[in-house]
Design a protein around this ligand. Structure first.
Ligand code: PLP
Length: 380
């Protein structure tokens, strides 16, 4: 652990674990499909620059982002591989995306015309999204002959059609039926495209699909959450989990013994029933620790669980450390991650507040410095 950190609270990012998770995706899909790590939202909050630096030596095909700005930031880091912007570009972002040599994803003919209008000397690459049930973007799979011809007609000197993809809405669900249906719809649409299949990179699978349906890996897979240590299909037995990548740690900054009747936190929702020892931890919902964990979550201190007492404040959280008498101010409290034999997973935290690991990770605020653990660079 990064005990030497001077921060009050921080996120530790284990880049060895990240690379192991990438290799697990590779093993699951076999040698042929390309891998497009999704690094949108600053690599799910863990830092796109460091994630790309860690993954580059593993030679991914390219990267997936959500916005033109995210793609430009990767170019500024020196990334030369394809960078695909997933999701329709706002018209005002088109010029920037084109200038950075990004690959647009196209869901309608007017967007393709805007993309073409932004081309310079070289034709701009684009992938067509086919909506097979996700409903947020893409051409309708049922109308393929109509739109596909309009798309083909516009290809040439200004734009180059290089890929086709869809997105599964339920690859994490126990029932595979929805994903099988979407796959069949994609195949149906692919069979009606007026361009040779070999010219197009075909892709569909997110993390859950890459691990559960390797037969749907097509030419490329787009893992996100699994790389960052979130379980892609926690509800499905037998799906392998990732190695944990993110740990959230904070300092114990105050220790007090309080008499029965003492109250803690806004609303005084916890009242000491006996003499208790309380520890104040320098982390709160202003750092991304979900406020709803108040009175129900826990941290780890010296390898032992310490329950949260009272509501979580913006910057502080109080834990009951009565059972950890050796605890001292300055100790590290782990909110997510491993301490000795105990572990709090990001999935467990997400489940406790009825959300998904994605929201917990992307909710970790910039106020928490990211500390890298990386045996390749010797950083810990
Ligand atoms: C975010 C995203 C992914 C990655 O999904 P995970 O569930 O995080 O693996 C893949 N494809 C698209 C289009 C996405 O937006």
């Amino acid at each position: 652990m990064s005990n030497e950190s001077e921060a009050r609270a921080w996120v530790e990012v284990d880049l060895d674990a990240l690379r192991d998770n990438y290799r697990a995706v590779r093993r699951a899909v076999g040698a042929r499909p390309a891998i497009i790590p999704m690094v949108k939202a600053d690599a799910y909050g863990l830092g796109a620059a460091r994630v790309v630096r860690a993954i580059e030596p593993l030679e991914p095909w390219g990267y997936g982002v959500a916005t033109a700005e995210e793609g430009v930031a990767l170019r500024d880091l020196g990334v030369r591989r394809p960078i695909v912007v997933f999701g329709p570009l706002p018209p005002r972002s088109v010029a920037r995306a084109a200038a950075a040599g990004l690959t647009a994803t196209i869901s309608e003919v007017p967007a393709l015309e805007r993309w073409a209008a932004a081309a310079g000397e070289e034709p701009l690459p684009f992938h067509v999204e086919i909506d097979t049930g996700m409903g947020r973007a893409g051409f309708d799979w049922r109308e393929t002959p109509r739109w596909a011809e309009l798309v083909r007609e516009r290809c040439g000197e200004r734009v180059r059609w290089t890929g086709v993809f869809t997105h599964f809405h339920g690859a994490d669900s126990a029932d595979p039926a929805a994903t099988e249906t979407q796959w069949a719809r994609l195949q149906d649409a692919l069979g009606q495209l007026p361009v040779p299949r070999a010219e197009l990179l075909v892709h569909a699978a997110n993390s859950a699909a890459a691990l559960r349906f390797p037969g749907f890996a097509a030419d490329a897979v787009r893992p996100g959450i699994f790389l960052y240590g979130g379980h892609p299909a926690a509800a499905v037995p037998g799906v392998p989990g990732p190695r944990a990548v993110a740990a959230v740690c904070a300092r114990l900054v105050l220790v007090r013994d309080v008499p029965p009747g003492s109250t803690v936190g806004y609303g005084a929702t916890h009242i000491a029933r006996r003499w208790e020892r309380w520890g104040t931890v320098a982390v709160g919902y202003g750092d991304g620790l979900p406020r709803r964990l108040g009175n129900q979550g826990r941290g780890l201190l010296r390898g032992r669980a310490v329950p949260f007492v009272g509501r979580i404040s913006m910057d502080m959280t109080v834990v009951d450390i009565t059972d950890v008498p050796d605890a001292r101010v300055g100790d590290v409290v782990t909110l997510i991650g491993r301490d000795g034999d105990s572990e709090i997973t990001v999935d467990e935290v997400a489940e406790a507040v009825e959300t998904i690991s994605y929201e917990i990770l992307t909710g970790l605020r910039p106020r928490l410095p990211r500390v890298e653990k990386d045996s390749w660079t010797g950083r810990t």
